[in-house]
Design a protein around this ligand. Structure first.
Ligand code: SF4
Length: 315
C-alpha cells in the first residue's frame, strides 16, 4: 500500500477510536529546541527537572526511538457541554475548582491503549512498521510536534489551539519509521488578542509564549512539591487542582467540541465539589475517591495543602 493510502486508513481508524484529528510531523524540532533551552535557562521550569534531564532526546525524536522519521500526532477531545462551567465554580468560594481535564478518568492509560490499538492496526497493513506510543509520558515535545503536524498552533498561553476545536483536548504521539506524507504546519491565529495574559491570576504568562511555571497555578497545585509560596495563596482562590483560566477566556474555546467518549465526564461531582466536604476525606477516602483519576497523582499531602489554601481564602 502506498503511504497516502495508509494515511487515509490511519485517519479512519483513529476517528473510530475516538480521536478527533490526525497529523504527521517530521522529526526536525530545532525551532522548539531553542525555545525550550531559553525557557529552562530562565528557570521557568521550577522543580520540573524532567524537562532537561533527558538531554537532547526531547527535541531529537530519533535519539529517543531509533529510526524514527515521522511522528503521527493525534488530538483527543475531553470536554462536555453538560459540565458545570468553570467560571461559575470560580465564583463560589464554598466550591472547589478542578481543571476540566482532570475531572474524569486518568487519560494516560486510556489514550495510550488507543494509540497501541491504532498502531497494531497499522502493523497488520505494514509489516515493517516500527513504533512507540506516548501521551504526556516521556521526553516528547507534544505541542511543537502537534503544531508541525497541523493540529493547531501554540497560543500565547503556550497551549495548543485549534480553530475548529479550541484547546480542551489531549495529545498523543506514535513515533514511527514509516515515511508517511507530512502535514502542513498550522498557522498562528491569536492575532492581537491578549485575553489569556490579562486574566492569569498570578501573571504567570510573563510574555507571549513564555509561561513562568513557578507562578502558574497549574504547576503550583500539581507539580510543585512542598509549601506553595505565600505570595500566590490569595490568587489561587478556590482552585485546588490545576487552573483553566487562560483556556476559559480564550475566544477559540467557543468551538470546543464534546468528547466522543464518556470516560472524561466528571466523577464524584468533580465539576463542582464542596470544599468543606473534600476536607473531611482522610487518606483512605482520598485514594478511594480518586482511583483511576489523574488527581491521585499529586498524593494526599499536596491535595490537603491545596484544600487548606482554598479554605483559607473563604475567610
Ligand atoms: S486567549 Fe487570545 S492570545 Fe490567548 S491563546 Fe487564546 S487567542 Fe491566543
Amino acid at each position: 500500500m502506498n503511504h497516502e493510502g495508509l494515511l487515509s486508513k490511519i485517519n479512519t481508524w483513529a476517528l473510530e477510536l475516538g480521536f478527533s484529528q490526525v497529523g504527521i510531523s517530521d522529526v526536525d524540532l530545532s525551532e522548539a529546541e531553542g525555545h525550550l533551552q531559553d525557557w529552562i535557562a530562565k528557570g521557568f521550569h521550577g522543580q520540573m527537572d524532567f524537562m532537561h534531564k533527558h538531554g537532547s532526546m526531547r527535541t531529537h525524536p530519533e535519539e529517543l526511538v531509533e529510526d524514527t522519521v515521522r511522528i503521527i500526532s493525534l488530538r483527543f477531545d475531553y470536554s462536555y457541554k453538560t459540565t458545570i462551567p468553570y467560571e461559575d465554580v470560580l465564583k463560589q468560594p464554598s466550591k472547589a475548582a478542578i481543571s476540566r481535564y482532570a475531572m474524569g478518568r486518568d487519560y494516560h492509560k486510556l489514550i495510550r491503549r488507543k494509540l497501541k490499538t491504532l498502531s497494531e492496526k497499522i502493523k497488520t497493513e505494514v509489516k515493517d512498521f516500527n513504533y512507540r506510543v506516548f501521551t504526556d509520558s516521556a521526553p516528547v515535545m507534544e505541542k511543537a510536534i502537534a503544531e508541525k503536524a497541523g493540529l493547531g498552533w501554540i497560543g500565547k498561553h503556550s497551549n495548543l489551539l485549534n480553530s475548529k476545536a479550541g484547546s480542551y483536548f489531549f495529545l498523543g504521539e506514535i513515533y514511527t519509521n514509516i515515511p508517511l506524507p507530512i502535514s502542513k504546519k498550522s498557522t498562528f491565529h491569536c492575532g492581537t488578542c491578549t485575553k489569556c495574559i490579562d486574566i492569569c491570576p498570578t501573571q504567570a504568562i510573563v510574555d507571549p509564549f513564555q509561561v513562568d511555571a513557578r507562578r502558574c497555578i497549574s504547576y503550583l497545585t500539581i507539580e510543585h512539591k512542598g509549601p506553595i509560596p505565600k505570595e500566590f495563596h490569595k490568587a489561587i482562590g478556590n482552585r485546588i487542582y490545576g487552573c483553566d483560566d487562560c483556556q476559559m477566556v480564550c475566544p477559540w474555546n467557543k468551538f470546543a467540541t464534546d468528547s466522543k467518549v464518556t470516560d472524561f465526564l466528571p466523577r464524584n461531582q468533580f465539576d463542582e465539589p464542596d470544599l468543606q466536604e473534600l476536607m473531611t476525606w482522610d487518606e483512605v477516602t482520598f485514594l478511594k475517591k480518586t482511583e483511576g483519576s489523574p488527581i491521585r497523582r499529586i498524593g494526599f499531602e499536596s491535595w490537603q495543602r491545596n484544600l487548606k489554601i482554598a479554605l483559607n481564602n473563604q475567610l
